[in-house]
Design a protein around this ligand. Structure first.
Ligand code: SAH
Length: 457
C-alpha cells in the first residue's frame, strides 16, 4: 500500500477534530494526521514529521484560517509545558469539546448513541483551581530550575508562575528556587544522583485555608532544615504543616517511604459539603475542591437515596464519596486497595461521627463478591475506578447479583463507555451521563453515569 502522504511533505489541511491529548486531527485522503497546536475548524499549513501505517504526525507551520474559539494562552510557557493542553481554546469551547468527546465515545465504543450526555458542568473561574502542586527541582548550568515537565519527557520547563495552581505554591516555589543556593541547598540531579531537594509539594485545604508544604529530599540528613523552615514561614506565615519526605532511590516516583514532621501538625483539615477530612502528606485527595463538590453532588443526586438503602462505594480512596453518601443511606460499604487510604477513611468517619460507613481494604473485585457471599445485599453501587476502568471480575459480580441502580464516576470516558456496553448487555440501561470539568485547560474530562436495571432483567 502506498501513501499519498510522505515525511517532510508540506500540506494545507482542514482540521476536523481534537484528540484526547489536545492535538488537532486532519485527514488527507482519509489518512489521519495529528498536529499539536491547531484547533477544529481551522485551516493550516503543516509539515509531516512522521508517518506510520494508519496515521502520522505533523507540525504546524502556519494557521491560515483561525477558529473563532482560538484565544491567546495566558501562560507564557504553555507551548513548551506538558501540564495544560487547551489554553489556546476559549473556556466555553473547551467545555463544548469535552461534551463532544464524551458523546463520541458513547456512540463509538459504548454503542449507546441515544444516551443523554449533558453539557459539561464547568467552573466560573477556571484558573488557580489546583489544591495540590507537585513541583520537581533540578540543577541546570549551575542554576536551580523548577516547574513542570515537558510533555512525555523529564525535561523541566522552568517557570516561577503556574496559573492553574495556588498563589502560595508559586510564591514558595520561586522563593525557594532563587534563595536555596545561597542557603547551601542543591537541587537533586537525576543523572548524577546528587543534590538534596527533589520535589516541593504544596497542598491547600480550600474550605479552611490550611496549608501543607512537603520537601522531598534525597537523604534524611538535611543540614539546612531550619533555614528551609524559616524560609517557608516567611513566605506563608500561617502555614499549618511542614513535612520532610525522604526519597533516596534512583526513581521517577516522587515520594519515598519515610515522612517526618518538621513544623506544625502532620495533616491539614478540609471540608467537602458538611464533611471534614484530615489529609496527610501522602493521602489521595481530589485536586479540584470546588468541582469535587459538583462531582460528588451529582453522584449523590443519581444515587437517589432515601435513607433506607444499603450502598457500596467501590474504589473509595479515603472514603470521601462514602461519607457523602452515608448521610442519606442506611449503610455504606467502602472498598479500596490501598490500606493506608482505608485507615484514613475510618478515621475520617470517626471524625465526623458517622457510624454507618464500613471500610475494607482489598481489591474491589475480590471484596465485593465476598460481601455478597456473606449474604449482604445492596440497593445502589457507586464505582469510581482509576483510568483503566472496572475490573472484569467486578463487572461479572455486578451482573450476577444485579443491584437496582449503579452510579459510575469515571476519569476516562473511553473505559466508561466500554464498561457501560458490558453492563447494558447484562441488562442495565444507561439513563444519563453528566460530564464535570475537574481539570480546566487540560484535555481530561470526568463523568458521572447513572444506570438502572431494566425491568425485564
Ligand atoms: N473515590 C475516591 C478515589 C477515586 S481514585 C475519591 O473520589 O477520592 C480511584 C481509587 O481506586 C484509588 O484510590 C486507587 O487506589 C483505587 N483502586 C485501584 N485499583 C483498585 C482495585 N482493584 N480495587 C479497589 N480499589 C482500587
Amino acid at each position: 500500500m502506498s501513501f499519498t502522504v510522505n515525511k517532510n511533505d508540506r500540506l494545507n489541511v482542514y482540521v476536523e477534530d481534537l484528540t484526547h491529548d489536545g492535538s488537532g486531527v486532519a485527514k488527507v485522503d482519509g489518512y489521519p494526521l495529528f498536529i499539536p497546536g491547531v484547533l477544529p475548524g481551522e485551516e493550516a499549513e503543516i509539515q509531516v514529521m512522521k508517518t506510520m501505517k494508519r496515521y502520522g504526525f505533523a507540525k504546524l507551520i502556519n494557521v491560515t484560517k483561525e477558529s473563532p474559539d482560538r484565544v491567546a494562552p495566558p501562560c507564557h510557557v504553555f507551548w513548551e509545558c506538558g501540564g495544560c493542553q487547551l489554553q489556546h481554546l476559549s473556556y466555553e469551547a473547551q467545555l463544548r469539546q469535552k461534551q463532544k468527546t464524551v458523546r463520541d465515545v458513547m456512540e463509538r465504543i459504548g454503542k449507546i448513541p441515544h444516551v443523554p450526555v449533558h453539557p459539561v458542568k464547568g467552573m466560573d473561574d477556571p484558573w488557580r483551581y489546583r489544591n495540590k502542586s507537585q513541583i520537581p527541582f533540578s540543577e541546570r548550568n549551575g542554576e536551580v530550575v523548577s516547574g513542570f515537565y515537558r510533555s512525555r519527557t523529564h525535561h523541566i520547563v522552568d517557570t516561577d508562575v503556574c496559573i492553574i495552581q495556588g498563589e502560595e505554591a508559586d510564591e514558595i516555589m520561586s522563593t525557594l528556587k532563587h534563595e536555596m543556593h545561597a542557603m547551601g541547598i542543591e537541587a537533586y540531579d537525576e543523572r548524577t544522583h546528587r543534590g538534596m531537594l527533589r520535589h516541593l509539594i504544596v497542598r491547600k485545604a480550600r474550605a479552611t485555608g490550611e496549608l501543607m508544604v512537603v520537601l522531598v529530599t534525597r537523604s534524611k540528613k538535611f543540614p539546612q532544615k531550619d533555614a528551609a523552615i524559616d524560609l517557608i514561614k516567611r513566605v506563608v506565615p500561617d502555614v499549618t504543616s511542614i513535612m520532610q519526605n525522604v526519597n533516596s532511590e534512583k526513581t521517577n516516583v516522587i515520594f519515598g517511604n519515610k515522612t517526618l514532621l518538621l513544623y506544625g501538625k502532620p495533616f491539614i483539615v478540609d471540608t467537602i459539603g458538611d464533611i471534614k477530612f484530615e489529609i496527610s502528606a501522602r493521602s489521595f485527595y481530589q485536586v479540584n475542591s470546588e468541582q469535587t463538590e459538583v462531582l460528588y453532588g451529582q453522584a449523590l443526586e443519581y444515587a437517589q437515596l432515601t435513607g433506607t438503602e444499603s450502598v457500596i462505594d467501590a474504589y473509595c480512596g479515603i472514603g470521601t464519596i462514602s461519607l457523602f453518601l452515608a448521610q442519606n443511606a442506611q449503610e455504606v460499604y467502602g472498598v479500596e486497595i490501598v490500606p493506608q487510604a482505608i485507615e484514613d477513611a475510618k478515621r475520617n468517619a470517626e471524625l465526623n461521627g458517622i457510624d454507618n460507613a464500613h471500610f475494607e481494604a482489598g481489591p474491589a473485585e475480590e471484596v465485593i463478591p465476598k460481601w455478597y457471599a456473606e449474604g449482604k445485599r445492596f440497593d445502589v453501587l457507586v464505582v469510581d475506578p482509576p483510568r483503566k476502568g472496572c475490573d472484569e471480575k467486578l463487572l461479572d459480580t455486578i451482573l450476577e447479583y444485579k443491584p437496582k441502580r449503579i452510579v459510575y464516576v469515571s476519569c476516562d470516558p473511553a473505559t466508561l463507555a466500554r464498561d457501560l456496553r458490558i453492563l447494558e448487555d447484562g441488562g442495565y440501561l444507561t439513563q444519563e451521563v453528566q460530564p464535570v470539568d475537574m481539570f480546566p485547560q487540560s484535555s481530561h474530562v470526568e463523568c458521572v453515569a447513572w444506570l438502572e436495571l431494566a425491568l425485564s432483567s
